[in-house]
Design a protein around this ligand. Structure first.
Ligand code: WTA
Length: 651
């Protein structure tokens, strides 16, 4: 199929880091011919080393790659201190609260706040290099101070997204044996105060969190809360008396920077570990290459710091690049659906980065809202987290970007640390709904299990065949799981390579289109959800014998969850009531964003003789599609008919 291509405009190209496809190809060839040399050419200058590294890449013990060994640095200095001399008075974080309160935090101010916070963590709580700190915070500047303060003293932060429940907090505390939890009373959402601290109380009350010594609480909405004597302390009361001077811990290139738990296809979420030098290098370089960040820019990523996008593209990347990064506390619909567009106008945003699900939602509301505002400051638009459909792309391109801003459709994952496949706005001809080409230095390939390239136009497995600097370094506490989850499926030249879990297709131009997960990981509103986690909590309803959760297409959320549930009683209540009950359990055990939109109560599930649930069959039944695949290999083929009947009856 022929696709329309959108070529970069001349002005943008002239000033971009990568100006045309010739330059792109040169860079990519450089990397292919001299991989270490390629990375060395950037790493030595882009990072302010305390001590230079002696080796670029050590891949002698794959999948445990090591980058820039011998090097010493500190990420907080890379993000703050090195900008102070020339840009101390530049705004680092531009915060807007949901009620309209604005804070402009300069790099000088950020430095003072982070140093004070670092001193508090170190001196009052005895947090030292290698300790784990769980952060459960709303979208307020203090969340960034906490992250950077951890980086400064060498503590490993593990942020838990504010939408997660107390059980999720507890699991993460226990898995990482964290010493301290940092939270806030709450924040504002839909114009009203909401609370976070009670979820931390609940998590700790459930037991098993003996590693936690203290809870540090930031005051944001000033609502009443109960404090546990000897455990809970208020940040705002303690911070003023701390010194502004703090000497950053000397970190080795491969010292851990943070953990971020993410869903896989089986079991509990995995603690994805990112280390110091490689991560920050790529966070910074992709800001320059993909977002074309320039000194005068006002850059806004609408993600939450609880997800990888918030880590890399609200905090670490923009600050390492010395940019002004916008942080917004609330929802896009408060007080009305023009909020984001108004913010773009008010702050003269130049780069805007968001998720397709948000675009679809705002598109549905109509053109009237964006029309009210001057969006002409925008230069580059971006999307992340899921594929973008053509209608949403057109609207974003024309109504938000005025038909002139390139849209960078960035494909990457928690595990990749930063962008892997994306157009470069000054070079790559853009095609709607397509992530286009690997970023220079990234060896992304679509292959089969044995490494044979998948023919043009066919679906294959999206792999990254050489280690890259911001690559996941491990699954916390479980090296075997790390190997098996990411390096167990695909090989190239007989050697295991990183498999993303995504399928993809390559066209004649070499452009890569993501076709979605090949495993049981689901994506609702850009949130990554594992079927195993949701099924485990459904199983905790006492009337449930077994369940299987799948996702089906949804016009705003991208995907929505459908649960097929087997009951263990004959005498049960109304389906509707049971559905509500199950969602209540999911909400408390995982989080509201993992609740199911649809429940189908069935007599059995389609299982293979080895007991594996064939979710593919359930997906077809849910969307009322014909099952063409052979079902005779199922343990009980007749179950399919029964499920189809139950589905029809209940819809
Ligand atoms: C999906 C988010 C299509 C993909 C940064 C991946 C995408 C998962 C895109 C990672 C994109 C991310 N087009 N699909 N541009 N970007 N995905 O770890 O399935 O929360 O594996 O990281 O989101 O989700 P995660």
């Amino acid at each position: 199929m022929e696709h329309k291509l959108f070529y970069p405009n001349k002005e943008l190209s002239a000033n971009a880091a990568v100006k045309n496809m010739n330059e792109y190809n040169k860079l990519q060839n450089f990397a292919k011919n001299d991989y270490e040399g390629f990375w060395d050419s950037f790493a030595k200058d882009k990072i302010t080393w305390k001590k230079p590294y002696t080796k670029g890449l050590d891949d002698s013990n794959m999948p445990f790659a090591k980058w820039f060994e011998g090097g010493e640095l500190n990420v907080s200095e890379q993000c703050i201190d090195r900008h102070l001399e020339k840009n101390g008075e530049k705004t680092a974080i531009l915060f807007e609260g949901e009620l309209g309160d604005i804070q402009k935090i300069t790099y000088n101010e950020l430095s003072r706040r982070v140093n004070k916070t670092a001193n508090l963590l170190k001196n009052r709580y005895g947090i030292t290099k290698g300790d784990r700190v769980v952060i459960y915070m709303p979208m307020i500047p203090e969340a960034a101070y906490m992250m950077l303060a951890c980086a400064r003293i060498g503590a490993i932060h593990s942020i838990v997204f504010g939408g997660f429940s107390s059980d999720a907090i507890r699991d993460r505390i226990m898995n990482a044996k964290a010493k301290l939890v940092i939270t806030a009373d709450g924040a504002y959402r839909k114009g009203k105060p909401y609370m976070l601290k009670p979820a931390v109380d609940e998590a700790l009350a459930k037991g098993g969190c003996d590693s936690i010594e203290k809870v540090l609480i930031v005051k944001r909405n000033n609502q009443e809360m109960t404090l546990v004597d000897g455990r809970d302390e208020i940040y705002n009361d303690l911070i003023d008396s701390m010194s502004e001077d703090n000497e950053a811990e000397v970190m080795q290139s491969e010292d851990p920077l943070f953990l971020l738990y993410t869903s896989g296809s089986t079991g509990k979420p995995k603690g994805v570990q990112h280390n110091t030098a490689g991560y920050i290098l790529w966070a910074q370089m992709t800001m320059e290459w993909v977002f074309d960040i320039k000194p005068a820019d006002i850059y806004w990523c609408t993600a939450d710091v609880g997800w990888i996008t918030g880590h890399t593209y609200i905090v670490y990347g923009p600050l390492a690049a010395g940019a002004t990064t916008v942080m917004y506390e609330g929802i896009p619909l408060f007080p009305d659906a023009g909020r984001w567009w108004k913010m773009i106008q008010d702050h003269k945003i130049t780069q805007f980065y968001t998720a397709p699900t948000a675009i679809r939602m705002l598109h549905k509301i109509g053109d009237d809202e964006p029309k009210k505002y001057d969006l002409s400051s925008l230069r580059i638009l971006g999307t992340v987290g899921e594929p973008i459909n053509p209608e949403a792309w057109d609207w974003y391109h024309n109504k938000i970007g005025g038909g002139t801003c390139p849209i960078v459709d960035t494909w990457w994952q928690t595990e990749t640390g930063g962008h892997m496949i994306s157009p470069l706005p000054g070079a790559t001809p853009i095609q709607a709904g397509c992530a286009t080409l690997p970023i220079p230095g990234i060896m992304a390939e679509v292959i089969d299990e044995d490494g044979t390239p998948t023919p043009v136009g066919e679906k294959g497995l999206l792999c990254i065949t050489r280690p890259w600097p911001s690559m996941i370094r491990g699954v916390w506490g479980d090296p075997e799981r790390f190997k098996k989850s990411y390096f167990g499926d695909c090989k190239k030249d007989g050697k295991p390579v990183y498999f993303s879990g995504d399928g993809a297709m390559v066209d004649e131009k070499g452009y890569i289109t993501i076709t979605g997960r090949t495993d049981d990981v689901m994506n609702v509103s850009g949130h990554r959800i594992g079927s195993a986690e949701v099924e485990a909590s459904i199983g905790n309803a006492d009337f449930v014998a077994e369940s299987a959760v799948i996702s089906q297409p949804h016009d705003v959320k991208g995907e929505s969850l459908t649960a097929f549930v087997i009951l263990n009683l004959h005498d049960h209540g109304a389906y509707e009531d049971m559905a509500k009950e199950i969602n209540k359990i999911i909400r408390t055990e995982v989080g509201a964003f993992s609740m199911c939109d649809r429940f189908i109560f069935v007599p059995g599930l389609p299982k293979t003789r080895s007991g594996k649930i064939m979710r593919r069959i359930l997906r077809l039944i849910a969307t009322d599609e014909e099952i063409t695949q052979d079902i005779s290999t199922l343990e009980d083929p007749s179950v399919v008919k029964a499920i189809i009947e139950a589905t029809k009856e209940q819809s």
